[in-house]
Design a protein around this ligand. Structure first.
Ligand code: BGC
Length: 766
């Protein structure tokens, strides 16, 4: 054909016009992939793609209904016509292999499809929700979760995950806070990088690694009033100094893809926002991977009111979105926009190239079936090692919020009453993105506690109350376990009977997993009244009450905090949660986790976060009310539990902060040290936190910012000196010109076991 083309170009052109394009098909061959460099190969491939095929690479439909015969499904037809670059939320080697075969064998050029999924907290082995994981303050745990997730799902056909979600959030009303790492930019950045390392490792084309996709870019967690999809309205300095940090950390860690977000910023939808996607992401941060829109976020721009179908397609594409998730607008409109000259071929080539590079880096051109390995899958899925990791990591994410009189760990008890609407739930152990449907085999609290306490201890169970007051929730719970309604009076009477003679009550309450998550914002973070009544009644029995709090977000539980003797926050802990809860309640594991998101006293305090501004009329720490000051007349400013807070079964005492110098040069560094003593009777591990406050600078500083921390293992009675190094990099911020600078002046160093209880010292930056 090449010779023919050289000799008779006009005839060939005529033939091409009459015959379908595949008359000249030059399918990708193994020799071509092996024999060329990456650039040569991709240039060559791009050079023989039609405009339609290039646009096809930018199209990401969901799997739709591929059953019963994936190869005959509607989506297979689209793949064979070269209209699809990837698909998502399809699982299992059989269907994925079948569709990949269509792409490789039936489409004109044989370009493989990329297979995506929301693998956000494990695949078959389920781990705690990411907010819980962040409370371990152990990036190594998150890296391990991502590694195990990648190993499991990559055997089942998936090579691309929509994780990590790194949106900073200061507002617990937002239903998606559980998917991120809380409110702090520094900690959030460490976690973001750990997720990326875990999924991608340093070899994306290995069979056991998958490509990460950091989301949702950008500022999605700042949804106004905590209502999902709402605008995020803030200054650029606030965006850069707080919210943008974790996305940047993921980019610096080499994340392969970025997902744009649903919200608007500066009155422009993020999915069409070129300051975010072009100037910051690609320009300042040098991101080289591809950008995918969030589900329908291109077509939703029409609802935002910035244009009609073609306008929003053009705006999203020009801003820098390479791949269209679900909306099908690139498929519908890009060709016309190119024909009209509004989008150049070079721009289309750039976007298409980024998709081809991602596929190349994943090794799909070398072996399109490398992620389909049922034999490996059999060994990897829910292996004993993976389940053991899930149990350990879950226990390390549980935060002990209260423990009066050392009631925990349980000891010397003969009868334990486990009560509450979440006490006997298995399905509620997981989080919203769980991909393992077999939650029935998850570990349940009642049985696991019974096993852990041994045959001599009687463990009784009673449900005690409904989960929510039906008249207050216009909500279609998907979870059948918690959906079953009983009569609250009957449930309560039964519980009061069950607890008779008990030495301790374990009250398992809070939220079911479907009360938080996407679209599940709440305006009332206090306990539902039916649960409140149950707790009042349990408290009135005089029997010690240990509250085991299941939740996907901080709740406003001032009343329950007064009533319970101990509170263990176990979040949504994954498939091994029941075992892990029993480990902590019985003292096999000494809790170490600390909150990464502030718990309000009442919902009206939201948004509430530790790194807030001082205002011109601050109240002093601990002070409640002063006329004409920045406070509330009905509730103190202080939260119920501050950022960084969490107890253990031992106690720690902090000495004074010593600085190596009270002056630091602009190129120098100083150290801050503190002696920490384990004053209790158990060995433990404390998370020692370093905060800084810039006392005066050109834009208003927050009252404190986390800059570093150390986990310190201390035997009972032991003292260790913890030394932090502070360099000028720790003092930098984005000024009003968005330059990243440190300004000379006074700084306060604060060190403590949480963001509220700190010891201080001061130094000057010269
Ligand atoms: C969510 C994303 C998710 C996507 C694909 C969207 O609704 O916002 O977080 O990755 O769906 O499932």
């Amino acid at each position: 054909m090449r010779i023919l083309r050289m000799m008779f170009p006009a005839a060939v052109a005529l033939l091409s016009a009459i015959c379908p394009a595949d008359a000249f098909a030059q399918r990708i061959t193994a020799e071509e992939v092996a024999g060329k460099s990456k650039d040569e190969f991709i240039d060559g491939l791009l050079g023989r793609m039609t405009v339609e095929e290039k646009i096809g690479q930018l199209n990401l439909p969901s799997y739709g209904n591929v059953k019963p015969d994936a190869k005959k499904s509607e989506i297979a037809g689209r793949i064979s016509r070269g209209e699809v670059g990837g698909i998502f939320n399809i699982f299992g080697v059989d269907d994925i292999r079948a569709l990949q075969e269509v792409a490789v064998e039936k489409s004109r050029l044989g370009i493989p499809i990329i297979i995506g999924a929301d693998i956000c907290q494990g695949y078959k082995t389920t781990f705690p929700v990411p907010l819980a994981l962040s409370c371990s303050w152990k990036p190594e745990n998150i890296e391990e979760v991502a590694r195990i997730s990648a190993r499991e799902v990559s055997a089942d056909g998936v090579c691309w995950t929509y994780s990590p979600m790194v949106d900073i959030s200061r507002d617990a009303r937002w239903g998606r806070v559980k998917e991120g790492a809380g409110e702090d930019p520094y900690l959030g950045s460490l976690m973001a990088a750990a997720w990326v390392r875990g999924y991608q490792s340093d070899n994306l084309s290995a069979d056991t690694t998958i490509m990460a996709c950091v989301k949702h870019f950008a500022l999605y967690g700042a949804a106004e009033a905590g209502r999902d999809y709402n605008p995020a309205d803030m200054s650029r300095v606030t965006a850069m100094n707080y919210y943008m940090q974790p996305y940047k950390a993921a980019v610096d860690a080499g994340v392969g893809s970025v997902m744009s977000s649903f919200n608007e910023f500066e009155s422009i939808p993020a999915t069409g926002n070129s300051w975010l996607l072009h100037d910051i992401l690609r320009g300042h941060w040098g991101f080289k991977g591809f950008v995918v829109s969030d589900y329908l976020s291109i077509s939703e721009m029409m609802n935002h009111g910035v244009g009609y179908s073609e306008d929003v397609t053009l705006q999203a594409f020009k801003a820098g979105v390479d791949m269209d998730m679900i909306a099908d607008l690139y498929h519908a409109n890009l060709k016309g926009l190119i024909d009209e000259g509004k989008i150049s071929m070079a721009e289309l080539d750039d976007a298409c190239r980024r998709m081809l590079v991602a596929k190349y880096d994943l090794g799909l051109f070398h072996n399109p079936y490398r992620y389909c390995n049922p034999e490996r899958g059999k060994k990897e899925m829910r292996s004993a090692a993976n389940l053991a990791a899930a149990r350990r990591i879950a226990a390390e994410s549980y935060v002990l919020l209260k423990n009066d009189g050392g009631i925990l760990p349980l000891s010397g008890v003969r009868k334990v009453a486990v009560v509450g609407p979440l006490a006997d739930s298995r399905a509620n152990m997981s989080g919203s993105w769980t991909k393992d449907e077999a939650t029935g085999r998850y570990n349940g609290l009642v049985e696991n506690l019974r096993d852990a306490l041994g045959g001599d201890v009687e463990v009784v169970y009673s449900r005690g109350s409904n989960l929510v007051d039906s008249e207050k929730y216009e909500y279609n719970f998907t979870n059948r376990e918690t959906n079953k309604r009983g009569d609250d009076k009957v449930l309560l009477a039964d519980a009061l009977k069950a607890v008779e003679g008990a030495d301790v009550i374990i009250a398992a309450m809070g939220e079911s997993l479907d009360m938080s998550g996407e679209g599940d914002s709440r305006a009332i973070l206090e306990m539902p009244e039916c649960q409140e009544r149950l707790m009042d009644a349990l408290d009135a029995t005089g029997i010690p009450v240990v509250m085991v709090l299941f939740t996907g977000r901080p709740l406003a539980m001032e009343r329950q905090d007064r009533q319970a003797d101990a509170i263990l926050n176990v979040w949504e802990g994954g498939s091994e949660a029941g075992l892990a809860i029993a480990d902590v309640l019985t003292g096999k594991v000494n809790p170490t986790a600390k909150l990464t998101m502030t718990f309000p006293r009442v919902t009206g305090q939201c948004p509430i976060y530790y790194n807030h501004k001082n205002t011109g009329r601050p109240v002093a720490p601990g002070e409640w009310y002063r006329p004409f000051a920045s406070n509330y007349i009905d509730v103190p400013n202080e939260p119920l539990y501050p950022f960084g807070y969490g107890l253990s079964y031992t106690d720690y005492e902090y000495g004074d902060v010593t600085l190596s110098s009270v002056e630091m040069s602009s190129t120098g560094k100083i150290t801050a040290s503190v002696a920490v003593t384990n004053t209790g009777r158990r060995d433990g591990e404390e998370i020692v936190q370093l905060y800084l406050r810039d006392m005066v600078r050109s834009i208003t500083p927050p009252v404190k910012e986390l800059k570093d921390y150390r986990r310190v293992a201390l035997k009972a009675g032991e003292t260790k000196t913890v030394i932090f190094e502070i360099t000028v990099d720790d003092l930098k911020f984005y000024n009003s010109s968005l330059d990243y600078v440190a300004e000379p002046g006074e700084f306060t160093v604060m060190i403590g076991g949480n963001s509220r209880d700190v010891k201080t010292a001061k130094f000057m930056l010269k």
